[in-house]
Design a protein. Structure first.
Length: 215
Protein backbone atom coordinates (compact mmCIF):
# COMPACT_ATOMS: atom_id res chain seq x y z
CA UNK A 1 0.00 0.00 0.00
CA UNK A 2 1.42 3.45 -0.86
CA UNK A 3 2.58 5.26 2.25
CA UNK A 4 0.16 8.16 1.79
CA UNK A 5 -2.79 5.74 1.72
CA UNK A 6 -1.90 3.89 4.92
CA UNK A 7 -4.25 4.47 7.84
CA UNK A 8 -2.89 6.89 10.41
CA UNK A 9 -1.62 5.15 13.56
CA UNK A 10 -3.84 5.49 16.59
CA UNK A 11 -2.62 7.62 19.47
CA UNK A 12 -1.89 4.64 21.69
CA UNK A 13 1.88 4.15 21.80
CA UNK A 14 3.18 4.99 25.28
CA UNK A 15 6.47 6.73 26.00
CA UNK A 16 8.31 6.50 29.35
CA UNK A 17 6.53 9.62 30.59
CA UNK A 18 3.17 7.92 30.11
CA UNK A 19 2.24 10.15 27.18
CA UNK A 20 0.26 8.67 24.29
CA UNK A 21 1.69 9.16 20.81
CA UNK A 22 0.64 8.20 17.27
CA UNK A 23 3.60 6.31 15.77
CA UNK A 24 4.02 3.16 13.67
CA UNK A 25 6.11 1.10 16.13
CA UNK A 26 3.90 -1.12 18.27
CA UNK A 27 6.21 -2.79 20.79
CA UNK A 28 6.20 -5.95 22.89
CA UNK A 29 3.34 -5.35 25.35
CA UNK A 30 -0.20 -4.04 25.48
CA UNK A 31 -1.70 -1.99 28.31
CA UNK A 32 -4.87 -0.56 29.78
CA UNK A 33 -5.94 2.54 31.75
CA UNK A 34 -9.66 2.41 30.99
CA UNK A 35 -11.65 3.91 28.11
CA UNK A 36 -9.64 6.86 26.80
CA UNK A 37 -11.08 7.24 23.29
CA UNK A 38 -14.33 8.45 21.73
CA UNK A 39 -16.44 7.06 18.88
CA UNK A 40 -14.02 8.53 16.33
CA UNK A 41 -11.12 6.71 18.02
CA UNK A 42 -9.61 9.97 19.21
CA UNK A 43 -7.96 10.03 22.64
CA UNK A 44 -9.89 12.35 24.96
CA UNK A 45 -8.35 11.40 28.32
CA UNK A 46 -4.93 10.39 29.62
CA UNK A 47 -6.44 7.85 32.02
CA UNK A 48 -9.80 6.81 33.46
CA UNK A 49 -8.77 4.34 36.12
CA UNK A 50 -5.94 4.19 38.68
CA UNK A 51 -5.38 0.57 37.61
CA UNK A 52 -2.69 0.90 34.96
CA UNK A 53 -1.65 -2.55 33.76
CA UNK A 54 0.70 -4.15 31.24
CA UNK A 55 -0.69 -7.09 29.30
CA UNK A 56 0.56 -9.79 26.96
CA UNK A 57 -0.02 -9.14 23.26
CA UNK A 58 -1.55 -12.60 22.91
CA UNK A 59 -3.65 -14.32 25.58
CA UNK A 60 -5.81 -17.42 25.02
CA UNK A 61 -6.26 -16.50 21.35
CA UNK A 62 -8.45 -13.51 22.17
CA UNK A 63 -8.93 -11.00 19.34
CA UNK A 64 -10.14 -7.42 19.74
CA UNK A 65 -10.91 -4.45 17.57
CA UNK A 66 -8.49 -1.77 18.77
CA UNK A 67 -10.32 1.27 20.21
CA UNK A 68 -13.72 -0.42 19.83
CA UNK A 69 -16.69 1.59 21.13
CA UNK A 70 -17.25 1.33 24.90
CA UNK A 71 -14.22 -0.95 25.36
CA UNK A 72 -10.98 -0.14 27.10
CA UNK A 73 -8.32 1.62 25.02
CA UNK A 74 -5.48 -0.69 24.00
CA UNK A 75 -2.09 0.90 24.65
CA UNK A 76 1.29 -0.40 23.47
CA UNK A 77 4.82 -0.28 24.91
CA UNK A 78 8.27 -0.82 23.42
CA UNK A 79 9.18 -3.12 26.33
CA UNK A 80 8.48 -3.77 30.00
CA UNK A 81 11.01 -1.18 31.16
CA UNK A 82 9.02 1.47 29.26
CA UNK A 83 5.70 0.33 30.71
CA UNK A 84 7.12 0.39 34.24
CA UNK A 85 8.55 3.88 33.70
CA UNK A 86 5.12 5.07 32.58
CA UNK A 87 3.70 3.69 35.83
CA UNK A 88 2.10 0.44 34.66
CA UNK A 89 2.49 -2.89 36.48
CA UNK A 90 2.02 -6.48 35.19
CA UNK A 91 -1.55 -7.67 34.65
CA UNK A 92 -2.72 -10.17 37.27
CA UNK A 93 -4.69 -12.19 34.68
CA UNK A 94 -2.74 -12.56 31.43
CA UNK A 95 0.68 -12.21 33.11
CA UNK A 96 -0.12 -13.92 36.39
CA UNK A 97 3.34 -15.31 37.15
CA UNK A 98 5.00 -12.04 36.29
CA UNK A 99 2.52 -10.20 38.50
CA UNK A 100 3.41 -12.48 41.41
CA UNK A 101 7.13 -11.83 40.86
CA UNK A 102 6.45 -8.11 40.77
CA UNK A 103 4.39 -8.20 43.97
CA UNK A 104 7.10 -10.11 45.85
CA UNK A 105 9.80 -7.67 44.75
CA UNK A 106 7.58 -4.64 45.34
CA UNK A 107 6.84 -5.77 48.89
CA UNK A 108 10.52 -6.51 49.58
CA UNK A 109 11.60 -3.14 48.26
CA UNK A 110 8.88 -1.01 49.80
CA UNK A 111 8.83 -1.76 53.50
CA UNK A 112 8.44 1.99 54.06
CA UNK A 113 4.89 1.66 52.72
CA UNK A 114 4.04 -0.84 55.45
CA UNK A 115 3.24 -3.58 52.94
CA UNK A 116 3.51 -7.31 53.49
CA UNK A 117 4.10 -10.31 51.26
CA UNK A 118 0.30 -10.70 51.03
CA UNK A 119 0.02 -7.68 48.83
CA UNK A 120 -3.06 -6.66 46.85
CA UNK A 121 -3.08 -5.07 43.41
CA UNK A 122 -5.22 -2.27 44.85
CA UNK A 123 -2.50 -1.33 47.33
CA UNK A 124 0.13 -1.15 44.58
CA UNK A 125 -2.18 0.81 42.30
CA UNK A 126 -2.92 3.39 45.00
CA UNK A 127 0.77 3.99 45.66
CA UNK A 128 1.68 4.06 41.97
CA UNK A 129 -1.03 6.55 41.12
CA UNK A 130 0.36 8.99 43.67
CA UNK A 131 3.87 8.48 42.26
CA UNK A 132 3.18 8.81 38.54
CA UNK A 133 0.68 11.66 38.15
CA UNK A 134 1.30 15.23 39.28
CA UNK A 135 -1.57 17.29 40.67
CA UNK A 136 -2.99 19.09 37.65
CA UNK A 137 -1.57 16.54 35.21
CA UNK A 138 1.83 15.53 33.90
CA UNK A 139 4.42 12.97 34.95
CA UNK A 140 5.74 12.99 38.49
CA UNK A 141 9.50 12.43 38.67
CA UNK A 142 12.26 12.73 41.26
CA UNK A 143 16.00 13.38 41.41
CA UNK A 144 18.68 10.78 42.20
CA UNK A 145 22.37 10.14 41.65
CA UNK A 146 22.85 7.82 38.70
CA UNK A 147 25.01 5.31 40.60
CA UNK A 148 22.15 4.62 43.04
CA UNK A 149 19.75 3.41 40.35
CA UNK A 150 19.31 -0.23 39.30
CA UNK A 151 19.48 -1.46 35.71
CA UNK A 152 16.06 -1.26 34.08
CA UNK A 153 15.23 2.19 35.44
CA UNK A 154 14.50 4.97 32.94
CA UNK A 155 15.84 8.45 33.59
CA UNK A 156 15.95 11.84 31.94
CA UNK A 157 19.34 13.43 31.29
CA UNK A 158 19.82 16.65 29.31
CA UNK A 159 16.15 16.59 28.28
CA UNK A 160 16.21 13.06 26.85
CA UNK A 161 14.96 9.72 28.19
CA UNK A 162 17.54 6.97 28.75
CA UNK A 163 17.48 3.38 29.94
CA UNK A 164 19.96 2.55 32.68
CA UNK A 165 21.52 -0.72 31.50
CA UNK A 166 24.86 -2.48 31.91
CA UNK A 167 26.40 0.50 33.63
CA UNK A 168 25.58 2.96 30.84
CA UNK A 169 22.73 5.06 29.53
CA UNK A 170 20.96 4.05 26.33
CA UNK A 171 18.78 6.68 24.60
CA UNK A 172 15.13 5.61 24.34
CA UNK A 173 12.89 5.85 21.29
CA UNK A 174 9.76 4.08 20.10
CA UNK A 175 11.75 1.68 17.90
CA UNK A 176 14.38 0.72 20.48
CA UNK A 177 17.52 2.02 22.16
CA UNK A 178 20.42 3.92 20.64
CA UNK A 179 24.15 3.40 21.27
CA UNK A 180 25.21 3.53 24.90
CA UNK A 181 26.63 6.78 26.25
CA UNK A 182 28.93 7.15 29.22
CA UNK A 183 27.82 9.50 31.98
CA UNK A 184 29.58 9.98 35.31
CA UNK A 185 28.00 7.77 38.00
CA UNK A 186 27.93 10.85 40.24
CA UNK A 187 25.59 12.71 37.85
CA UNK A 188 22.23 13.71 39.25
CA UNK A 189 19.43 12.65 36.90
CA UNK A 190 15.66 12.93 36.80
CA UNK A 191 14.15 9.51 37.48
CA UNK A 192 11.13 8.79 35.29
CA UNK A 193 10.34 5.30 36.65
CA UNK A 194 8.17 5.64 39.80
CA UNK A 195 10.13 5.36 43.03
CA UNK A 196 8.37 2.24 44.38
CA UNK A 197 9.01 0.43 41.08
CA UNK A 198 12.69 1.43 41.19
CA UNK A 199 12.78 -0.07 44.68
CA UNK A 200 11.13 -3.26 43.37
CA UNK A 201 13.76 -3.48 40.63
CA UNK A 202 16.47 -2.96 43.23
CA UNK A 203 14.90 -5.80 45.26
CA UNK A 204 15.28 -8.23 42.36
CA UNK A 205 12.59 -7.60 39.72
CA UNK A 206 14.40 -7.51 36.36
CA UNK A 207 12.43 -5.68 33.64
CA UNK A 208 12.30 -7.11 30.14
CA UNK A 209 14.06 -4.70 27.76
CA UNK A 210 14.10 -4.41 23.98
CA UNK A 211 16.87 -6.40 22.32
CA UNK A 212 18.53 -3.21 21.10
CA UNK A 213 19.67 -2.50 24.68
CA UNK A 214 22.22 -5.30 24.34
CA UNK A 215 23.81 -4.10 21.11
Amino acid sequence: MPQDLRPMPLQNRVDPYGRLQAVEARGAFMGNRGILHNAEKHVIAAWRSPRWITCALDFKGRRREVFAPHRYSELFFLDEATSLAAGHRPCAECRRNRFKEFCAAWAAGNADHGVSQRLSADTIDRVLHLERVRHGGGKKTYQAVLSTLPAGSIVEHEERAYLVWAGKLRPWNFAGYGPAVSVSPATEVTVVTPKSIVQAIRAGFVPQVHESAGR
